[in-house]
Design a protein around this ligand. Structure first.
Ligand code: FAD
Length: 402
């Protein structure tokens, strides 16, 4: 069955698709095809239900937080900056916003539903409840969408089906197949902003570390290094630092994570501190001499790695043993086994190759009238509101060039 023609069909009623619809010029007959009974299901769970919708920073800072294909995003983000996003939500949609630590922007109400409701009010177009399967292409031009329940025709199509992570929200990777069928290259799909599974069993589940420096290395090359918080899980590590580091793991083989437990102290200062502590505890056993320096639950793993007998008296520890200990404090290494599963990843790395999309208009370079917006594109952002900023900017660019 085929239906009346539209000017624009947007496939996917998530953040990017709805933002494109909300920015569609008046008079453009638009429809959103969404397979979920509700729009923006993933948006509801963003920022732990509070929706960290952008970051209150300049374009260059956003680009610095896009580990992959930042250059592609420069144009879109310069045309729709975080300041533009904040002005849009506050002034045009009437949602008061606040900025928290690290520039993270949230609605004052701390409710993602307020962002969703405000966007919904603006999205007045028709919603087609169906699953899109294929873009109908004639003479190298997108002319419609084949859905489970029939065919819909339009002059322009925006593909905004999201990624493959958190599939219960609707992002099940359909868009990759749809784009591939339309002739596009899909770069390898993998989880990003995801916990990392490690080979070692440190028995430290639930232990969280603050003010540590985490460095991801491969073959002697540093891929990521930052200070902040992380935690141990039953089979690996997670927390803000780890999620960011995961974006830089291309292939886990040969990757290590190195923890500096005392980033504020250089080796010389830390050695002096160790000497002082050891002098004050000289008659204690080694296993009882570390509690001022380490969380209790890390001590066993530390002692184990140091090779120093836990029963040894502190005044019997040799210089070499102390230097080995020092190295553990500054360079505690974990072997990366794999990334967590895509189902638990905050975002998906990989997608429609940016080499086949115009960075200014988000239009396909291969199929006329086909546009892309949001996570379906091969771009990833770190945590802090950058991924939604990417969704808004690409959705806006696609709508603005219809
Ligand atoms: C737990 C969690 C927390 C997050 N928190 C933040 C945060 O605080 N800040 C931030 O910037 N980012 C956050 N993100 C990332 C952010 O949510 C995504 O990057 C963003 O939602 C991507 O928008 P999108 O429109 O491209 O995709 P989505 O929001 O996933 O929307 C895609 C839509 O397309 C629909 N769809 C898919 N296939 C089809 C089909 N074949 N036919 C019809 N419809 C289809 C889906 O049902 C879905 O509604 C978070 C992600 C998760 C999982």
């Amino acid at each position: 069955m085929s239906h009346d023609a539209y000017n624009v069909i947007i496939i996917g009623g998530g953040a990017a698709g709805c933002f494109a619809a909300a920015n569609m010029p008046a008079g453009v007959k638009t429809a959103i095809i969404e397979k979920n009974p509700v729009l923006m299901k993933k948006l509801a769970i963003t920022g732990k239900g509070r929706c960290n919708l952008t970051n209150n920073c300049g374009v260059s800072d956003v680009l610095a937080n896009i580990p992959k294909n930042a250059a592609f995003m420069r144009s879109g983000l310069s045309r729709f900056t975080p300041a533009d996003a904040m002005a849009f939500f506050e002034n045009e949609l009437g949602v008061p916003l606040k900025t928290e630590r690290g520039g993270r922007v949230f609605p004052v109400s701390d409710k993602s539903q307020d962002i969703i409701n405000a966007l919904k009010k603006r999205v007045t177009c028709e919603i087609i409840r169906s699953r899109a399967e294929e873009i109908i292409i004639r003479d190298n031009t997108a002319v419609g969408v084949k859905c489970e329940n029939g065919e819909y025709y339009a002059e322009k199509i925006i593909l905004a089906t999201g990624g493959k992570s958190y599939p219960a929200t609707g992002s099940t990777g359909d868009g990759y197949k749809i784009a591939e069928k339309a002739g596009h290259t899909i770069t390898p799909i993998k989880p990003a902003l995801v916990p990392i599974i490690i080979a070692e069993d440190l028995f430290a589940e639930g232990l969280s570390l603050k003010n540590v420096c985490l460095t991801l290395k491969k073959g002697g090359k540093t891929l990521f290094s930052e200070q902040g918080e992380m935690l141990f899980t039953d089979n690996g590590v997670s927390g803000p630092l780890v999620l960011s580091a995961s974006c830089y793991v291309d292939n886990p083989e040969g990757c290590t994570l190195n923890i500096d437990f005392k980033p504020a102290l250089d080796e010389k200062t830390l050695d002096a501190r160790l000497l002082r502590d050891f002098a004050a505890n000289k008659n204690r056993r080694f296993k009882n001499a570390l509690s001022a320096l380490l969380p209790e639950r890390m001590i066993a793993a530390f002692i184990n790695r140091s090779g120093i007998s836990p029963e040894k008296r502190v005044n019997e520890i040799t210089r070499n043993e102390r230097l080995c200990l020092l190295n553990l404090f500054k360079n505690f290494s974990l072997t990366v086994k794999s990334l967590g599963s895509i189902d638990e990843a905050v975002i998906t790395d990989g997608g429609v190759s940016v080499t086949e999309i115009s960075p200014k208009t988000m239009e396909s370079k291969l199929v006329k009238g086909l546009f892309f917006a949001g996570e379906v594109i091969d771009v990833i952002g770190l945590t802090g509101g950058y991924n939604l900023q990417i969704a808004w900017a690409t959705g806006r660019a696609a709508a603005g060039n219809i």
